[in-house]
Design a protein around this ligand. Sequence first.
Ligand code: UDX
Length: 440
Amino acid sequence: MTTPRLTVIGTGYLGATHAICMAVLGFEVLGVDVDEQKIARLAAGEVPFFEPGLPELLTKALESGRLRFTTSFAEAAEFGDVHFICVGTPQQKGSHAADMTYVDASVTALARHLTRKALVVGKSTVPVGTAARLTALVKEIAPAADEVELAWNPEFLREGFAVEDTMKPDRLVFGVASGWAEERLRAAFEPVLAQGVPVKVTDLATAELVKVAANSFLATKISYINAMAEVCEATGADVSDLAEALAFDTRIGGRFLRPGLGFGGGCLPKDIRAFMARAEELGVGQAVGFLREIDGINQRRRARTVDLVTELAGGDVAGKKVAALGAAFKPDSDDIRDAPALDVAGTLHRMGAEVTVFDPAAMENAKRVHPELAYGESALDAARDADVVVLLTEWTEFRAIDPAAMAAVVAGKSIVDGRHALDPAAWRAAGWEYRALGRP
Ligand code: UDX
């Protein structure tokens, strides 16, 4: 098996991580992007987003001489044996469907220069049927059409664990149309497979579906426990205890069963919507109609958090000072895409509250998108003179806040724990009125 040379097209979150990790694992890698600035920053050793462990690996990869970057698709086609497509598929404006502009543009740009045998591997999350469509596209425009094949290798990495998930994923999925493509993929993941990582080989459509099916399942699990939280709220039951009790059943398990403000980020919300849109097109919309409910439950958690803050503010937040702890969609990330935290903070601001936000990593991003909000230097600084404090992202440093120290700076000792991250007994003992979603 000859070791293939890899290109990674699209150096955003997914692509940059893949390119860096593959170079560290010993492959010759060329990172490709149309964004000259991004390429320049990466080539200079700077990771343009927050991901623990990745900056050190970028330095290592660049020093090894195995990782380079370019904006030239001609160079990429000349260099690579296996080309990974890692560009984004955001939600289309005004629709739930995925925007395929970047996938189509990058495959087209690459295919024009493919003059020899190559495997083009999609990693982006796409509507099922995309690989078949791209195969036809490549056959039409690649000079070496007969020697170019498409494969699909969905990516399951989580932000904050991107390196770990790339180096040692739970599983690899290879969607292929031939034995040759499978052999090339095995070669392109040889060091990963050598660690005993299981691989599931499927056809192209199944591989595309695995990704959206997995994300839909995870979203369903979160909304399931949050639906139970709604019931708990109506009965005085405690959803945290309920979740713990459910988790003992090994068939259910405790992961992704954390109740609270619900899911956000660049994947789960858009992926379930795109899946519904694609299922509609395929005439099987009814089969995944429940995802509309999953989305609805998730949105209601945000509204309920706003309600709890309003209650603690005495029925109206207008003119009240609210400290919002957290902006990122989850801890250990600076990503604010569809962040429940900023959604809640923005709504409270629109309702007339003076909202001061603090987040350990996402401040720059939050300020850019929400210039109307105020920002603190620290959690304590954001809480100064606040009437209500609301915890929206469960950063470790927020869990460690001393309730007595925060009590000394606020105007009203009222806290809404949107992520079940705090110890209610400790906060109540320090004189706080503590409220949480789905908890008495
Ligand atoms: C997700 C998938 O986990 C990953 O496999 C896929 O490749 C991309 O989408 P990510 O978006 O990085 O990864 O975040 P994840 O850790 O899955 O969390 C998603 C959201 O769900 C966050 O907003 C998080 O706060 C929320 N969540 C997660 C809960 O509300 N409760 C839980 O129990 C788990």
